[in-house]
Ligand binder design. Structure first.
Ligand code: MRU
Length: 349
């Protein structure tokens, strides 16, 4: 199974699979400084809400491994500010920073080396828990795609797979769990303009696993859902508000509206670290806007007239009313989500 990062505990360096170059080339790059990891997150070398949270945790380790500093608390806040500044929508990044801060506070009596070891162990735990969460939510989500007997057809959006997580994936974790249970499953992947995560990443990782995948353009989603033989839409999330409104890659909202129109279940799959009970509704979720070049160019080649104005929000919010269920490792939340998510929030692992 592909993973988007590798931590080297001996040399204290982070290896990142450069997702900008997939599927043409599988290139791993080495990052030894925290600010280089922040740049890698901003530049989409590594992307996907859980993955950026995990690599941010390792960036904190790098920040302490390279420079012990006089004041660990001040050093941490500098690192945290730089990392939080990279991509604002995915709450997993903030959740990972909060965990690292809490861990650091328990290390006040430790030596500089002991501090690095303690922080490293916490980053390892965040990574391991994410993998475990994906396997668990995958199995739970697969149970929603019964009955067996015919090949399950799933429409996804963007890439919520191994490449976006510690491995296995969230939306694609459900697909993998279905396949592992012996169920035939087939995925439809919209290309996901402008960054093409569907065409470049979802298609690549599913083909590597031998799971049938059909690539479509984003504009074909309506026709696909109207066709009547889609069993579910399954997507990931960057942040789920307390009322269930869910931010995910731009284009998810229209898939949700079309799914409701055509009576197709719409499932959001995410680790509980993507649930933000402090954000009441989707209206309060910050939506990242990215560079116009991502739209006016395709793989470096200009396709739109010079001077055209561009709007490039990276995410949209699907209102809770369009969501059939939110699948987390703690359990499946059903509407009304304010109550079901709050209940899962009180669940101890
Ligand atoms: O801009 P990206 O590629 O980071 O956006 C990723 C998504 O929107 C994913 O669906 C989301 O982060 C969930 S990944 C398990």
């Amino acid at each position: 199974m592909v993973r988007p990062f590798r931590w080297d505990p001996e040399r204290k360096v982070l290896h990142l699979l450069d997702q900008r170059r997939l599927p043409a080339e599988e290139v791993w790059i080495e990052r030894a400084e925290a600010h280089e990891v922040a740049d890698a997150i901003r530049d989409m070398v590594v992307r996907g809400a859980p993955a950026i949270g995990i690599v941010a945790a390792y960036a904190v380790v790098l920040g302490f491994a390279r420079d012990a500093g006089d004041s660990p608390a001040a050093r941490f806040e500098d690192l945290a500010a730089a990392l939080l500044n990279t991509r604002p929508t995915a709450v997993n990044l903030r959740a990972a920073i909060v965990r690292m801060r809490t861990r650091l506070e328990t290390l006040s009596a430790a030596s500089a080396a002991g501090r690095v070891r303690g922080l490293e162990a916490e980053a390892d735990r965040i990574a391991a828990e994410d993998l475990e969460a994906n396997r668990r939510l995958g199995t739970l989500g697969a149970s929603l795609l019964r009955p067996a007997g015919k090949r399950a057809r799933v429409l996804t959006h963007c890439n919520a797979g191994s490449l976006a997580t510690s491995g296995y994936g969230t939306a694609l974790g459900i697909v993998r769990a279905l396949a592992e249970s012996g169920r035939e499953v087939e995925v439809f992947a919209p290309e996901t303009r402008p960054y093409l995560q569907g065409a470049r990443l979802t298609a690549w990782e599913l083909m590597a696993d031998g799971i049938p995948v059909t690539l479509v353009t984003d504009g074909m989603v309506g026709s696909l859902l109207a066709g009547g033989d889609m069993d579910a839409v399954v997507v990931g999330a960057d942040r789920i508000a307390a009322n269930g409104d869910s931010a995910n890659k731009i284009g998810t909202y229209q898939a949700a509206v079309l799914a409701k129109e055509h009576g197709v279940p719409f499932l959001v799959a995410a680790p509980f670290s993507s649930v933000d009970l402090e954000t009441p509704t989707g209206a309060e979720i910050p939506i990242e806007e990215r560079r116009p070049e991502e739209i006016v160019e395709i793989v470096g080649r200009r396709i739109a007239p010079e001077g055209v104005s561009v709007w490039n929000p990276a995410f949209d919010v699907t209102p809770a009313g369009y969501i059939t269920a939110i699948v987390t490792e703690r359990g499946i939340a059903h509407p009304p989500f304010a109550a079901s998510l709050a209940r899962l929030g009180r669940t101890r692992e």
